[in-house]
Structure formats: structure tokens, C-alpha cells
Design a protein around this ligand. Structure first.
Ligand code: HEC
Ligand code: HEC
Length: 372
């Protein structure tokens, strides 16, 4: 990557000041950009480009910097709308979707914990634990298939899964609908969101999916650097980025590709393959031998907020994750050919972690609703 920055010499600074003074005199500078007269102000930073605009139906949204409006997945029969998003937000935070009235989506995908739960594996109804780590709900807008093994076709299909999962929310769809119909204000909210009366399971899935699509993470130091703010990354993070992108060194970008840092595909890194009964991951969906032990590449955006890591929560910190890759994952019959020992030095590892940390930015959609 080439750098466009030129260092300012004192002479050039004086020159710039003269230009500013001239522009002030002719009134050509917008107020607030550079100080005109009075005390010297902050040195001017070049204005960053705005985030891209996403349009769906009548709804439009400026995405956080770095996210690409052309890469979204929204089914044709469920365009975004403000009413659906707000209804979905209430349903997402409402524990009355569960059998005992105590577990909501936010129990395991908590905005205060990076939309995850901070546990190796999640605890659902009655404190029962499952076998998999709760993935973040951020940036689902850019993915079609959901779950570590991709078994849900889209977010709409995904949302009704946990409600019926005996160890997550432990309910039936009929039971959930009976609960919701008993809460008076939900009826008009569904009618406003969908244009006709009726509380149905499909509508619950569509509303929750709409809310999840505006849970977004972007505008991280990495994005500001990509947009031209050259000092946004520390030197360590910038070296880490070079390792991340270099096929001969970190090789991370092969799978954590593109602006959302995922190829939306499935790979075996050997996580959990030493267990007596390993979780076969993607194989459970496709029954293809090569999918044994393969899991979906997760996004790395805001990854600092969702420890512990991997599908079974077996790595406690980002340092541990980097050590895991440096060892070449856990060798097994189905290990991805992209995973091999990296022989990184201590500084290289620290730099990679610094780069991962620079992927944490602004999060949208964290506001909690007032429940009806
Ligand atoms: C008891 C904890 C728990 C509850 C409650 C829960 N989830 Fe999850 N969620 C998980 C776990 C664990 C996974 C990963 C399971 C897997 O991949 O097999 C997951 C996966 C997901 C995913 C897939 C993300 C991805 O990257 O593929 C989404 C989206 C999601 N949940 C949304 C929801 C919604 C919406 C609700 C409420 C209707 C909900 N969850 C309730 C624990 C929970
Ligand atoms: C062969 C594809 C591939 C390569 C190469 C790869 N990753 Fe991953 N990454 C994955 C997959 C798949 C997972 C989830 C694996 C699992 O849980 O079984 C993952 C998980 C992670 C996680 C945990 C995220 C979370 O939310 O749990 C981090 C952090 C990570 N990778 C960073 C890196 C870094 C840094 C590199 C380069 C040193 C790298 N990855 C190289 C595919 C890859």
C-alpha cells in the first residue's frame, strides 16, 4: 500500500497559514472547519467521506463508514420499514417470547456484550447450556445463511429457531403467539408494521430480522484509514494489517475477506476436533465428507467485544486465537489447506492483535425499547 502523506515542514505550515488567512479574509471558509482569527484551533483534518446509503422499500439509512450498501441481503418480501424495525426491536428484547418469560434474544445476544453473551457456550431456559458459542448479531445484514453451520436459510428463518429450541427459549410457536396476543399493544403494532391485522409466527420472524438488519458495526479506525485518514491506525496495527493480508505470513484475508471480514464460507480449523464426540459443524447440513468439522467464517468487526472465541468458545482472548493460528490450528483429517504453522514472532503476534482491535468501531441499534 502506498502512502500519500507528505510531512509538513515549518515553511509549508506558514504557507498554509497564509492561505487560510486569505480564505478567511474573503469569507470562503465554512464556519467550524478551520479557525478564522482568534485562538489557533485544531489542525484541520480532511473531511471523511460519508457512509454509503442503503435503500430498501421506502426506507433509507446511511451506513457506518466502511460498510457496503451493494452487499446487503434483504428478501424481496420483507423490505425494511421503521415500523417493522421498532416492532422487531421490542420482540428481540421481550422475554415473554420464551416459555418461562425470562429469556429474550438479548439474553444471549446482549448489546452491552457485543451482541453476544460473554460465555463460552450460552445458558438458556432454566440455565441449561448448549454446545455452541453465541455469535454476534452485528452486521447480519450482509449474510444470507445463519448459524455456525449455516443451517438457517436467512434471518427470517433463523429468528423462530431459538424460540422453539428446548434449551434456549423452550417454547412452541403457538405458545409464543398466545403470549403475544395477550399483550394488548402488540396488535396495533403488528397492524402498523404489516398493513393488516394479525400476529403470526412469520411476521414475528420478519420483524425481528428487520431489527437485526440495522444492528451494524463500522466506522472503525481501519475504515477511517481506508478512507484516507492515514494516522487512524497505530504503527503496530498497520504492521498487523500487512501480516493479515499477506498470503505468505498471516494469510487471514483468504477467509476473513472483504469489508465484513468473512467469505461467508465454511472451513475446518480443527477447533474442538480433539473431543471424543466432535461437533461436525457444516457436515450436519450438507452430509459432504469435506464439510466435517467446518464452521462459518465469522465477521471480525468489533471482535474485541465478543470474547470468548470460536464456535465452542474455547479461545479466551484474541492473543489466544493468534497463538492457535500460529500453531497451525489443530491438525486433523479435514483441516483446511489454508491453515498451517505461521512461525510469527512475538512482535508480529502483538501487531496482529493490534490490527484486530482496530476493527472495533461505532455500533448502531443498541437502544433498548420500552416494552409494551
Ligand atoms: C440461550 C441463548 C440464546 C438465545 C435465547 C438466542 N440465541 Fe441466537 N444464538 C445462540 C447460539 C448459541 C447461536 C449459535 C448456534 C449455532 O450456530 O448452532 C445463535 C445464533 C444466532 C444467530 C446466527 C448468527 C450467525 O452469525 O450466524 C442469530 C442471527 C441469532 N442467534 C439471533 C437470535 C434471535 C433473533 C433470538 C431470539 C428470537 C436468539 N438468537 C435467541 C444463542 C441464543
Ligand atoms: C481457512 C480460513 C481461515 C483463515 C485462513 C483464518 N480464519 Fe479466522 N476463522 C475462520 C473460521 C472458519 C473461524 C471459526 C472456526 C470455528 O469456530 O471452528 C474463524 C475464527 C476466527 C476468530 C474468532 C472470531 C469469533 O467471533 O469467534 C478470529 C479472531 C479469527 N478467526 C482471526 C483470524 C486471524 C487473525 C487469521 C490469520 C492469522 C485468521 N483468522 C485466519 C476462518 C479462517
Amino acid at each position: 500500500m502506498t502512502s500519500e502523506v507528505t510531512m509538513m515542514t515549518p515553511g509549508m505550515k506558514a504557507q498554509t497559514n497564509r492561505i487560510v488567512a486569505f480564505l478567511c479574509a474573503v469569507g470562503a471558509l465554512a464556519a467550524g472547519t478551520i479557525g478564522c482569527g482568534g485562538a489557533p484551533t485544531q489542525p484541520a483534518r480532511p473531511a471523511l467521506p460519508a457512509g454509503e446509503t442503503l435503500t430498501s422499500g421506502q426506507y433509507s439509512l446511511t451506513l457506518p463508514l466502511g460498510l457496503q450498501a451493494g452487499a446487503v441481503y434483504i428478501p424481496d418480501n420483507n423490505p425494511l420499514s421503521q415500523a417493522k424495525i421498532e416492532l422487531g426491536r421490542q420482540l428481540y428484547f421481550d422475554p415473554r417470547l420464551s416459555r418461562d418469560g425470562k429469556v429474550s434474544c438479548a439474553t444471549c445476544h446482549d448489546p452491552d456484550k457485543g451482541f453476544s453473551d460473554g460465555r463460552p457456550t450460552s445458558a438458556g431456559i432454566g440455565g441449561q447450556t448448549g454446545a455452541r458459542n453465541s455469535p454476534t448479531v452485528m452486521n447480519r445484514l450482509f449474510s444470507k445463511e445463519q448459524f455456525w453451520d449455516g443451517r438457517a436459510e436467512d434471518l427470517e428463518a433463523q429468528a423462530l429457531g431459538p424460540v422453539q429450541n428446548p434449551i434456549e427459549m423452550g417454547h412452541t410457536l403457538e405458545g409464543m403467539l398466545t403470549n403475544l396476543k395477550g399483550i394488548q399493544p402488540y396488535a396495533p403494532a403488528f397492524e402498523t408494521a404489516f398493513g393488516s391485522p394479525g400476529i403470526t409466527a412469520d411476521r414475528v420472524g420478519q420483524a425481528i430480522a428487520s431489527y437485526e438488519r440495522v444492528v451494524l458495526a463500522g466506522n472503525a479506525p481501519y475504515d477511517r484509514q481506508q478512507a484516507g485518514e492515514t494516522a487512524a491506525l497505530s504503527e503496530s496495527a498497520a504492521r498487523g494489517m500487512a501480516i493479515f493480508n499477506d498470503a505468505q505470513r498471516g494469510n487471514c484475508v483468504t477467509c476473513h475477506a472483504g469489508f465484513n471480514f468473512t467469505d461467508e464460507s465454511y472451513h475446518n480449523l480443527g477447533v474442538g476436533m480433539d473431543k471424543p464426540n466432535p461437533d461436525w459443524g457444516r457436515f450436519g447440513v450438507t452430509k459432504q465428507e469435506f464439510d466435517k468439522g467446518a464452521f462459518k467464517t465469522p465477521t471480525l468487526r468489533n471482535v474485541t467485544q465478543s470474547a470468548p472465541y470460536m464456535h465452542d468458545g474455547s479461545e479466551a482472548t484474541l492473543q489466544d486465537v493468534v497463538e492457535f493460528y500460529d500453531r497451525g490450528g489443530r491438525p486433523n483429517h479435514w483441516l483446511s489447506k489454508e491453515i498451517k504453522p505461521l512461525h510469527l514472532g512475538a512482535q508480529d503476534k502483538a501487531d496482529l492483535v493490534a490490527f484486530l482491535e482496530a476493527l472495533t468501531g461505532e455500533v448502531r441499534g443498541t437502544e433498548k425499547p420500552t416494552l409494551p
